[in-house]
Write a new protein. Structure first.
Length: 161
C-alpha cells in the first residue's frame, strides 16, 4: 500500500487540486456543463471551504504531491443536511485506502454538525458508488439544494445521527 497523508487544504493547493479534479472528470467523461467542470470556484477551493460548517481536505501521495481530496459543504436552506463534495483521487491512489480515509475524515467532521449527508454522482462511477454504499449511503430520488450539477444522475443520502 502506498503511503499517503491527509491534511486540510491550503491556498497553495488550489491550482494542483483543480488539475487533479479536472483529470478525474476527463477520465470519467464528465468534463462538460452540469458538473463541477464549469464551477467558477473550482480553482479557489480553499476560499470556498473556509466558512463555518464547511471544510476540505487534500490527500498527498508518498512523494508529497496532492493526488485527491474531499469536502463537506452546506446545502442552502437546509441546516441539517450537508453534502459530501468533490471526492476525487488520481489512479495512483486508488486501491490504497486513501478514498476511505478521506471519507472517514469528512464524515467525522459532518457527524459533529449535521443530521444527514447527501451526495450527487454519475451513473458511470461504479467504484465510488460502492464506496458510498459501504459507508451507509442509500440511493434517493430527492435532490437537496440547487447545486447546478444537473448532469449528476445518481443521488445518495446517509443518516449521520
Amino acid at each position: 500500500m502506498e503511503k499517503f497523508t491527509i491534511r486540510e487544504i491550503e491556498t497553495c493547493d488550489n491550482a494542483r487540486l483543480e488539475q487533479v479534479i479536472r483529470a478525474c472528470l476527463i477520465e470519467i467523461g464528465q468534463d462538460h456543463d452540469g458538473t463541477i467542470w464549469t464551477d467558477p470556484m473550482l480553482g479557489k477551493l480553499s476560499a470556498e471551504y473556509s466558512g463555518e460548517g464547511v471544510h476540505y481536505w487534500v490527500v498527498e501521495n508518498g512523494s508529497g504531491k496532492i493526488s485527491g481530496g474531499v469536502g463537506i459543504g452546506k446545502i442552502a436552506g437546509n441546516d441539517d443536511v450537508c453534502e459530501l463534495q468533490k471526492l476525487y483521487c488520481l489512479p495512483e491512489l486508488r486501491g490504497t485506502g486513501a478514498a476511505q480515509a478521506l471519507m472517514d475524515t469528512a464524515l467525522g467532521f459532518a457527524e459533529q454538525r449535521y443530521a444527514k449527508c447527501y451526495i450527487e454522482t454519475f451513473d458511470n462511477t461504479i467504484a465510488a458508488q460502492k464506496l458510498y454504499e459501504r459507508n451507509g449511503f442509500v440511493r434517493t430520488d430527492v435532490r437537496y439544494g440547487a447545486t447546478g450539477h444537473f448532469a449528476c444522475n445518481i443521488l445518495y443520502i446517509k443518516e449521520l445521527r
